[in-house]
Design a binder for this molecule. Structure first.
Ligand code: NAP
Length: 272
């Protein structure tokens, strides 16, 4: 079965306007799958769509949706009801703030949990039945090293990423023998526009275009993702993430939390 037969004819990429999501969408299009590109910024989505259509024969559709909105999943379902979606990528989800839990209204944490937990769960429940019926398809949910243990300034974010990882593992357990590849793709520090913006705002890099120290490249992460779509339930992307997983395996949870606290203190920018 070719890639496009197994995972097409359409894919939905949530968080496709830049970084790893845009690169994932381009990789799908290069493999013959049409892509629905979803993010908040319509103008940037239009640029990603134009770039994909100029380089591949895949079709695109753009959807400007805020995934933190209460009705996001039903808006997405309605806007794709005429398409056969064989692949779902849920990439949107970094926390642009990195601030203490009590420094923001509870709505900020609720928005993270809605975008990172409720909506991917709702979209999987909406799109997976057709994949199961067809006996083929794929689902990739982006996780984070921040989901491996709790750490300050990542209270709701880290917890949402723990949910994503366990959710993907459990969904894999139910779907992989029905022909649907499910992968929790766990990223460590990765050189995306969102990470650069965060590090720049914290005084850790000198310009928003500078590469953050020790970050994996988008190309490296996406190449590994495509190579490991069938190697779920969980895949640690990048050498640093795999080394971290190995190191943490020797520690108790409390030791891991202590280590995360030390790492966070060591990475504080000069302004914090
Ligand atoms: N970069 C890292 O170092 C790193 C490390 C560990 C894990 N990860 C994970 O990798 C994934 C991608 O991270 P990233 O660094 O590229 O940052 P990101 O902020 O998740 O941005 C990725 C995409 O998501 C979209 N997005 C963000 N919030 C959205 C919302 N409310 N509604 C719709 N679209 C939204 C962004 O576009 P718009 O702004 O146009 O909406 C962008 O296209 C995330 O799940 C993150 O948890 C990243």
């Amino acid at each position: 079965m070719t890639f496009a037969i197994k995972y097409g004819p359409w894919a939905l990429v949530a968080g496709a306007s830049d970084g790893v999501g845009a690169a994932f969408a381009a990789g799908l299009a290069e493999r013959g799958v049409n892509v629905v590109l979803l993010a908040r910024r319509q103008a940037v989505l239009d640029q990603v769509a134009a770039e994909i259509e100029s380089r591949t024969s895949a079709q695109t559709r753009t959807l400007a949706v805020d995934l933190a909105a209460p009705d996001a999943a039903s808006v997405v379902a309605a806007a794709t009801s005429d398409l056969e979606i064989g692949f779902l990528v849920y990439c949107a989800g970094a926390d642009p703030n990195y601030e203490p839990f009590l420094d923001n209204p509870i709505g900020a944490a609720e928005a993270i949990v809605h975008r990172n937990c409720m909506v991917p769960m709702q979209l999987c429940h909406h799109f997976a039945p057709a994949m199961v019926e067809r006996g083929s398809g794929g689902i990739v949910i982006f996780g984070s090293g921040a989901g491996l243990a709790g750490a300050a300034n990542m209270v709701a974010y880290g917890a949402s990423k723990a949910f994503d990882m366990v959710f993907a593992e459990a969904l894999w357990a139910e779907l992989h023998d029905k022909g649907v590849d499910v992968l929790g793709l766990i990223l460590g520090k990765t050189n995306t526009p969102a990470l650069r913006q965060l590090e720049y705002s914290r005084g850790q890099i000198s310009s928003p275009d500078a590469a953050p120290d020790g970050a994996a490249s988008v190309d490296e992460v996406i190449a590994e993702a495509f190579e490991n779509l069938g190697n779920g339930p969980t895949y640690m992307a990048g050498d640093m993430m795999r080394a971290a997983e190995q190191m943490l395996s020797a520690l108790t949870r409390n030791q891991t939390v202590e280590l995360f606290a030390q790492a966070a203190a060591a990475s504080m920018g000069p302004d914090r």
